[in-house]
Structures are given as structure tokens and as C-alpha cells.
Ligand binder design. Structure first.
Ligand code: TPP
Ligand code: MG
Length: 282
């Protein structure tokens, strides 16, 4: 299946509506990072990854993805549902007690598409390394993808995993950093500066690509294709993807304020007016 950039844009707009409506409905959740990563996840799942029909936990003979910054579950759930992993109507159960769509993804609930619990930041890269090495042992040529927040990179476990991946030449892995420059309490440079991230990844033995237009679908497609072409060369591949937190909703952009805050009724109305329905609300 191949979608045009226009179709991917329409899907992204619908995903934005899902995110906003899910978070508003329960007055909790994380719209900022979710909106910033909508183009990336839509493109990855619909145009880049080689996926089997249906879902099984092992993910043999297909590409697999781990969301490490699990707080952006709204965008993950919406993209999974709209890719056919579970009914779109189930998005209405987000963050409700006893449902499969918990605030942070878990495996316990058995939601198709989810292979690791995340939300406790810093763990996803380590898990992905295990999966990537298992693919090699199984003779499975498919790739492992991950997504991490930039604030998440402040976790110590990330650097242990970065070191391991470089030292062991885990070259069937593409890790993207949501490089939005913001985190829960402010700008990343003020909270705990990441310094020269590209130089740090390279020092740990990674190939690093940087994309300044991280909310532009054509640019995302291009950098992901380039990343794919860099796999199999003895090094893990990272993409520093510059995104805008809150992208697509004017009053949520340019600030960290919407990292983990729901819009009220009036704000929802404004936000939805900027993102007209394209594929049908859940
Ligand atoms: C181990 C751990 N420590 C702290 C938190 C609380 N927390 C949730 S999101 C977040 C900020 C993460 O920043 P970033 O990864 O840049 O995400 P963004 O705000 O850009 O969505 C923090 C500190 C957590 N979930 N896990
Ligand atoms: Mg961030």
C-alpha cells in the first residue's frame, strides 16, 4: 500500500483531532509531544515500515517499532487504530479504568501494536536492542525502529544502551529523537542541556542524520529512506528530528505548556477548527 503525501497529510489532520478529542474527553494526557510527532508516526506506519497483516508479539519477518516516550500514547493509539490494529471506536476509551488504552501503553492489556510498556522514560532503547539482536540471530532482515523524547535522553539507561548499540554494531536499528527542545518543565537547554547531541551520538559509534523539518511529511519520508539506506553498515542509525511541540494548533505551539495538559471545551473547539475532519471522527 502506498499513500500520497496529500493522503498522509489528511491522515495526520485526523490523528490530530483524535489526540485532542481523546485528551479533552478525560481531561488528562499529553497533547504537546503527541501533536509534534503526528507526521512522523503517520509516515512511519503507513509508508515506511514493512508490516505483516494482523499482530503478533514476536514480530518476526516484519519491521517493529517501540515507543520509548510512552506519554505520547494518544498519537500512538490513534496511528495504530487508523492503521487497522484495533477499532478506531476504541479511542473513546482512552485513559478510562479497565480499558486497553491506558495513559501509558502497557502489554498487560493486550492492545495490538504494543510490544513494550513505556512511560517510565529511558527503557525503550534497551528493549529495542534485544529485539534487534534477536532479529539477527533469527536471520530476520527486518528493522527495528524506536522513538524517544529529547528530555528522555537525560535518563542514564539511554547512554548505557547507546554505548552498547555502537560497541556491538547493532546496525538493524533506526532510533529517532523527537528533538522539540522542550520537556515537562521547560526548554531542554534550561532544564538539563543535551549539549552537542550529534557529536555525542557519533562518539558512541552511531550514524547520525538530522532533519530540521520534522513536521514536513516529504522531509520525514526522505530522512527515513536515507536512514534505511544507512542500515547494515555496522553502526546503529539515529535521526535527530526537529519537531514543534503542539504542532497544528497555534496556541499549543512555541511552549512546553501543553506537554501534559488537556484543552478545555473552548480550547478544544478552537483547536478542532484549525484541523477540519478528514477521515471521520471516532
Ligand atoms: C523515569 C521517568 N522519570 C520522569 C518521568 C516524568 N516525565 C514524563 S514526560 C517527562 C518529560 C520528558 O521530556 P521529553 O522526552 O522531551 O518529552 P516531551 O515533553 O517533549 O513530550 C518527564 C520528566 C517519567 N515518565 N519517567
Ligand atoms: Mg521533548
Amino acid at each position: 500500500m502506498s499513500k500520497s503525501v496529500e493522503e498522509l497529510k489528511d491522515l495526520t489532520t485526523q490523528v490530530r483531532r483524535d489526540i485532542l478529542r481523546m485528551v479533552h474527553a478525560v481531561n488528562s494526557g499529553h497533547p504537546g509531544g503527541s501533536l509534534g510527532c503526528a507526521e512522523f508516526l503517520v509516515t512511519l506506519y503507513n509508508e515506511v515500515m514493512d508490516l505483516k497483516d494482523g499482530f503478533d508479539m514476536d514480530g518476526k519477518d516484519e519491521d517493529i517499532f517501540f515507543l520509548s516516550n510512552g506519554h505520547i500514547s494518544p498519537v500512538f493509539y490513534s496511528v495504530l487504530a487508523r492503521r487497522g490494529y484495533f477499532p478506531v471506536s476504541e479511542l473513546a476509551t482512552f485513559r478510562k479504568l479497565g480499558t486497553r488504552l491506558q495513559g501509558h501503553p502497557t502489554t498487560h492489556e493486550g492492545l495490538p501494536g504494543v510490544r513494550v510498556a513505556s512511560g517510565s522514560l529511558g527503557q525503550g532503547l534497551s528493549v529495542a536492542l534485544g529485539a534487534a539482536q534477536a532479529k539477527k540471530l533469527n536471520g530476520d532482515k527486518h528493522l527495528v525502529y524506536t522513538l524517544h523524547g529529547d528530555g528522555e535522553l537525560q535518563e542514564g539507561q539511554i547512554w548505557e544502551a547507546l554505548m552498547y548499540a555502537g560497541a556491538k554494531g547493532v546496525d538493524n536499528l533506526i532510533s529517532t529523537i523527537d528533538y522539540n527542545g522542550r520537556q515537562i518543565d521547560g526548554d531542554t537547554k534550561d532544564v538539563l542541556s543535551l549539549g552537542n547531541l550529534k557529536a555525542k551520538f557519533e562518539a558512541f559509534g552511531w550514524i547520525v542524520l538530522e532533519e530540521k523539518q520534522g513536521n514536513d511529511i516529504a522531509a520525514i519520508l526522505k530522512v527515513l529512506q536515507q536512514a534505511k539506506s544507512e542500515t547494515g553498515k555496522g553502526k546503529p542509525v539515529a535521526i535527530l528530528l526537529h519537531t514543534e511541540m503542539g504542532n497544528g494548533v497555534d496556541f499549543m505551539m512555541g511552549t512546553h505548556a501543553w506537554h501534559g495538559k488537556a484543552p478545555n471545551d473552548e480550547q478544544l473547539e478552537k483547536a478542532l477548527a484549525q484541523n477540519p475532519e478528514t477521515l471521520g471522527d471516532y
